[in-house]
Design a protein around this ligand. Sequence first.
Ligand code: NAD
Ligand code: TYD
Length: 352
Amino acid sequence: MKTYLVTGGAGFIGANFVQYMLNKYTDIKIINVDSLTYAGNLENLISVEHNQNYEFIQADIRDEKAINQIFEKYDVDYVVNFAAESHVDRSIENPSIFVETNVNGTLNLLNLAKKHWELEDDQFKPGKKYVQISTDEVYGSLGETGYFTETTPLDPHSPYSSSKASGDLMVKAYADTYKMPVNITRCSNNYGPYQFPEKLIPLVINNCLKKENIPVYGDGMNIRDWLFVEDHCKAIDMVINDGVVGEVYNIGGHNEKTNIDIIKTIIAHLNKKVDSSISEELITFVKDRKGHDRRYGIDPTKISKELNWLPDTPFEEGIIKTIDWYLDNREWTNKIVSGEYKDYYSNMYSQK
Ligand code: NAD
Ligand code: TYD
């Protein structure tokens, strides 16, 4: 029975991953460690909270004592680190917390995994692995052609992507210096259930339902490479089990869309399904994000060839599933947008 220490499992991708794994395997144990920042929400995990193979511990990945106690109590086989500050706009306003969590938090996890897994110099207990969940944003921005491969030089631009790149480099340092067994995954933009409504897709859905303006940064022609979150979870599971130790894997499904295309797709579905007054008139062009990356695009050749991973969900299907999930779970969004988010939204968007 393998024991997974999943960090950040109460956030968007982490919660989807915990559910995916507990649905797929009955012979694993998941310890979910999350400090429950504004982005962490235990309601995302209601479906597994009574599962005997699941346990939640509220702790900060920067907290040496708390994380050490977890390693002492459980024989952890895999660390899967999702915990992060993840929103680019917030990183532009307040970079420090991004360094604290995404760099120092990662370093603390690496140190404690090393402490508990290392046998002697260059030797680790067999079967252990540290998996860092990273992002394609560490590669910077593409022009109209080309893709990010695993050997594309790191060229992050925002405080968020720079902190993720720094975290990745610490993981690489532990692999190169101490021979710690690691993988790094770098995924493109995810979408799906449980995504916090500050991110583009749930923000647009929520604003449409509330008939509020949809703020489009710049000319709306920035391109992101969208991946359904369950396909990401499937890839991470494959990397944990079969990824070659020390390797980086890019994860993406060639689903590049401009922001304006995404927004129009959402409006069209809600117009048909919910209310014909939801229209493109809600689209409002606002001041561009500072340092806004123009295009992201992943080359997934390595993970598809080595691990036989391919995404299962075409964008046209995934986006409808996602919109419908938000329609069926309006209470989930309403609770979030009536709390701290309200102040965040008015502060952030009053400047645009
Ligand atoms: P999220 O913001 O929804 O969730 C982050 C989670 O981490 C939250 O539950 C939060 O409470 C927790 N957390 C934050 N700081 C913590 C700390 N110091 N200690 C413990 N827990 C802490 O993020 P997400 O979208 O689910 O992203 C998960 C990971 O995947 C991140 O590392 C992110 O960089 C990466 N990623 C995200 C995307 C995307 O499109 N969302 C794409 C590629 C990579
Ligand atoms: P986001 O969901 O924040 O993800 P990321 O910046 O990590 O790619 O944004 C996706 C794209 O949508 C990005 O190009 C910025 C743009 N965007 C808007 O135009 N308006 C918004 O209100 C938000 C949140 C994002």
